[in-house]
Design a protein around this ligand. Sequence first.
Ligand SMILES: Nc1ncnc2c1ncn2[C@@H]1O[C@H](COP(=O)(O)OP(=O)(O)OP(=O)(O)O)[C@@H](O)[C@H]1O
Length: 242
Amino acid sequence: MSLRIETLSKSFDGGASVLREVSLTVHDGEFLALLGPSGSGKTTLLNSIAGLLTPDSGRLLLDGEDITHIPAGQRRFGMVFQSYALFRHMNVAQNVEFGLRVLKGNARPSKAGRRARVAALLDLIEMSDLGDRYPAQLSGGQQQRVAMARALAIDPRLLLLDEPFSALDAQVRQSLRSSVRDLQRKVGVAAILVTHDQTEAFAIADRVAIMNDGVIEQIGSPDELRQNPGSPFVRRFLEAGA
Ligand SMILES: Nc1ncnc2c1ncn2[C@@H]1O[C@H](COP(=O)(O)OP(=O)(O)OP(=O)(O)O)[C@@H](O)[C@H]1O
């Protein structure tokens, strides 16, 4: 899998551009973080990739195929967004299975197939004993692991994460960060994480794209960015967050 984002621009209601000709390639299996101050356009970029927003111009190419106008539900992307909280009235197993039930036609596994897949995913997040619990009976960290399992259920081509740890306390956040990274590696899916937390981005990502005012100021590995900040903005931003 490789995702090529080509000169993507977006504005809301005829206002100023929130994304300005953003180009970026996400490589197979990589973990990419979008890092930047509030309002820099991170979530708008992620939502455009997800298909929840339509860009004004530019293209998204997934393995060479133009997916710019393919509806979100048909992209087979796994999403862990704050606004996609777990369903309170479904237990853990049902939440994880939900992703499979919404698949259409041949893509949708049989009931037995779904059950086996849910069991494997609960095993993966080390919550095999908790399939019958409801979200209210879980800790915040456990809820986020279930959200990860739900996103992975469809065997996604890409995993999109929007500030998935922000509601959690520092200790839980740290341990969940490594378990999300481990899960992503095990499954081998590429992931894009939106965060405004530099420590988090640098701890989890292979590459970090630093956004400012609708553009990517610089993209590189944490080491490259630390050693060679490419603009005064990047230098100041990294110093402030260190
Ligand atoms: N639906 C919308 N309608 C109008 N303006 C919007 C909309 N969504 C975002 N914006 C504006 O676009 C800009 C970028 O927002 P975006 O949420 O992408 O930034 P962000 O970098 O993710 O910020 P944060 O870290 O605060 O979430 C902001 O100025 C925001 O007010």
